[in-house]
Design a binder for this molecule. Structure first.
Ligand code: AMP
Length: 231
């Protein structure tokens, strides 16, 4: 099963996508995480990406598609992949369709995290990330039990540069201008399932499980499932 988690930055996609990947034994691919790793390591990809990520602009499609092609070659991808933060443009979505088709696969569902702008700003400005393992926390709703250190691995927690107020506004604008059109793209393909994401993490997890079950059920019944799944 290949799943895309789609929605504005700060919608809670990463938290839910990592959980789903762990529970279902799927490979987790987050292009943003990979870019941050490349930037920290100072690789050519990192050097190219840095100017875009620090200002909240999208890294060019060609770079991202090349990255995803490489990541899909990793062991574990054959069981299925949870994509987080990719695709972000129609060009990337088309490329993903082609990459999966080359493997004789397709997308099972696209989960659209529907969340208010207020919640997004609140979530992003309070987000803290572990420098070592990438786990995500929130100063108010999901604090680490170890304060400024990560619950899981003891690594240092930090605030992403692009989670500062000036950049948050730009990222939301970029989402509206370049990514929101993917909702129509996937709705037309009968793949889009809406998840009401303005709720607590356990509530959203239940909604995600229900959405995946409904998509899988619709597939199993052999129909397009578009009525049941239309978002
Ligand atoms: P994220 O961690 O998903 O919020 O991504 C952080 C930043 O990385 C974004 O603001 C973009 O600059 C860049 N980025 C991540 N994924 C993509 C993508 N699929 N296409 C273009 N840029 C991306």
């Amino acid at each position: 099963m290949n799943l895309v988690f789609l929605g504005p930055p700060g919608a809670g996609k990463g938290t839910q996508a990592t959980q789903q990947a762990e529970e279902r034994g799927l490979l987790y691919i987050a292009t943003g995480d990979e870019l941050r790793k490349a930037i920290a390591a100072g690789t050519p990809l990192g050097l190219e990406a840095k100017a875009y990520t620090t200002t909240g602009r999208l890294v060019p499609d060609g770079v991202i598609i090349g990255l995803v092609r490489e990541l899909l070659g990793q062991p574990g991808a054959e069981k299925g992949v949870v994509f987080d933060g990719f695709p972000r443009t129609v060009g990337q979505a088309e490329a993903l369709g082609r990459l999966l088709a080359e493997r004789g696969e397709a997308l099972g569902a696209v989960l659209y995290f529907d969340v208010s702008a207020d919640a997004v700003v609140q979530r992003l400005s309070g987000r803290r990330v572990c420098r070592q393992c990438g786990a995500t926390f929130h100063v108010a709703s999901l604090p680490s039990k170890r304060g400024a250190l990560c619950d899981r691995c003891g690594g240092e927690l930090y605030q992403r540069d692009d989670d500062r107020p000036e950049t948050i506004a730009n990222r939301l604008r970029v989402y509206q201008e370049q990514t929101a059109s993917l909702l129509d793209y996937y709705r037309e393909q009968g793949l889009l399932v809406r998840v009401a994401a303005d709720r607590t993490i356990p509530e959203v997890r239940d909604a995600v499980n229900a959405a995946i079950a409904s998509a899988a059920g619709a597939r199993g019944q052999g129909g397009t499932g578009s009525e049941q799944r239309r978002a």
